[in-house]
Unconditional design. Structure first.
Length: 114
């Protein structure tokens, strides 16, 4: 669980929910830059999975848990998480997606924009 201290108050990121049995959660970074925005949409990040014939069972957003310096142009920790059938994990990894379970400080949150 990620914990940040802000003004003497400890803030803990919500724990990442465990995927349903038989499923796996993979993610890709949105590629946004601080102060500049940009990056990829959820649809753009989903497209390679669909094109490869993978079944997307669910989509969420979140953070990879990394902390970046507050500097315009620096990366953000924002990610898009996709739930897939477990049997499709190798195909997703070959497409460059990462296993959410390999990132212990990652967290999931609702998506605020497409």
């Amino acid at each position: 669980m990620a914990i940040a201290v802000l003004g003497g108050i400890a803030l803990a990121a919500p724990p990442t929910p465990t995927p349903r049995p038989g499923t796996v959660q993979v993610f890709k970074a949105r590629g946004e830059r601080q102060c500049l925005g940009g990056g990829k949409t959820i649809a753009q990040l989903r497209k390679p999975l669909k094109r490869a014939g993978l079944t997307v069972l669910g989509t969420a957003c979140g953070s990879n848990g990394l902390v970046f310096p507050a500097t315009c142009g620096a990366d953000t920790s924002r990610i898009v998480v996709f739930t897939l059938p477990e049997r499709q994990i190798e195909a997703a990894l070959k497409l460059g997606y990462a296993l959410l379970s390999d990132w212990p400080d990652a967290s999931i949150s609702p998506c605020d924009k497409p």
